[in-house]
Ligand binder design. Structure first.
Ligand code: UGA
Ligand code: MN
Length: 310
């Protein structure tokens, strides 16, 4: 009797296991809930698998979304952690965003390393110092850091087979970014552009669009720039970055405010630009600048009983 029961059990067991496996596969294919949390820490290195984000539901499954790579140069100063916190709070809400944070420093700082580990989004932490001779007022900032981000991106993708849908943009750590901006830039085919608020001595600057094409620039500052646009005003597809391996930011001969033009000239033409944000009539990013913090009452020597990271 016992052996009959046992043989039946053995006969059924594989079928039960198959049913369990099939059910398991099915449930793992089911769509993620709209607000699935992004658990776990990030660090320098590979991103974790992306989870769904909050902005309006996109029709395509998230796996098919092009990755947005945000290159952020950053440097040590009293407001740095506050700026990075604000930025991470925005980026965390964007699906498939990979943050490339590049410190202007000879080594990775402890503050940024800790910050990245707790940021809760896919993040690559790089560093490169700006040579001392370039740390002067009037000279372009963050040239070496943006180039380090570009080099990392090219190296990561050069051995992967196409297509590698991706979009790159340069996200300075002090600007303000709406979530809608990421939806707009996500569909960049080559190079896309949009208005930037609070820049160039005006409430905004914008590409002027006629019949869906950029035909000029609304700006109050150096209107002679070939691309009269701030770093926050454009995105580039990964394909364009990979197919122009020599396109970088240049120190030599670079004037203030010309970095964007010098870079864009290497990869596109004005005629080719793709206007976003309702034909460049909406401001979705602001060139905010944080005021220098007042530390007049900071004691010369450490007086507090504890040491606190700010
Ligand atoms: C403007 C543009 O918006 C910047 O994209 C451009 O790099 C800059 O001018 C320039 O002159 O080169 P602005 O607000 O004046 O921006 O510049 P910052 O926000 O002070 O710096 C731009 C980025 O570079 C920030 O992410 C900042 O953290 C970083 N940075 C700045 C460094 O990494 N090292 C520095 O010494 C200074
Ligand atoms: Mn700035």
């Amino acid at each position: 009797m016992k052996s009959l029961f046992f043989s039946r059990f053995l006969l059924l067991l594989p079928w039960v296991l198959i049913v369990i496996i099939v059910l398991d596969i099915d449930s793992s294919r089911a769509p993620l809930p709209a607000r699935a949390p992004r658990g776990g820490g990030a660090g320098s290195g590979e991103p974790r698998s992306a989870a769904a984000a909050r902005p309006p539901p996109q029709r395509r499954p998230e796996a098919a979304l092009p990755t947005i790579y945000a290159i952020t140069p950053t440097y040590s100063r009293p407001v740095q952690k506050a700026e990075l916190t604000r930025l991470a709070n925005t980026f965390r809400q964007v699906a498939r965003l990979h943050w490339i944070l590049v410190e202007d420093a000879a080594a990775r700082s402890e503050l940024v390393t800790r910050f990245v580990a707790a940021a809760g989004l896919p993040c690559t932490h790089l560093h490169v110092p700006t040579p001392r001779r370039y740390k002067r007022p009037g000279l372009p900032r963050a040239t070496e850091q943006r180039n380090a981000g570009l080099a990392w991106l090219r190296q990561r993708h050069q051995h992967l087979p196409p297509p590698q849908p991706g979009v790159l943009f340069f996200a300075d750590d002090d600007n303000t970014y709406s979530l809608e901006l990421f939806q707009e830039m996500r569909t960049t085919r080559k190079v896309s552009v949009w208005p930037v608020g609070l820049v160039g001595g005006r409430r905004y600057e914008r590409p002027v669009v006629e019949n869906g094409k950029v035909v000029g620039w609304y700006t109050g500052w150096r209107a002679d720039r070939p691309f009269a646009i701030d770093m926050a005003g454009f995105a580039v597809s990964l394909q364009v970055i990979l197919s122009h391996p020599k396109a970088v930011f240049k120190r030599r001969g670079s004037q203030p405010g010309m970095q964007e033009s010098d870079f864009l000239k290497q990869i596109t033409t004005v005629e080719e630009l793709e206007p976003k944000a309702n034909n460049c009539t909406k401001v979705l990013v602001w060139h905010t600048r944080t005021e220098k913090v007042n530390l007049a009452n900071e004691p010369k020597y450490h007086l507090d009983t504890v040491t606190i990271e700010v």
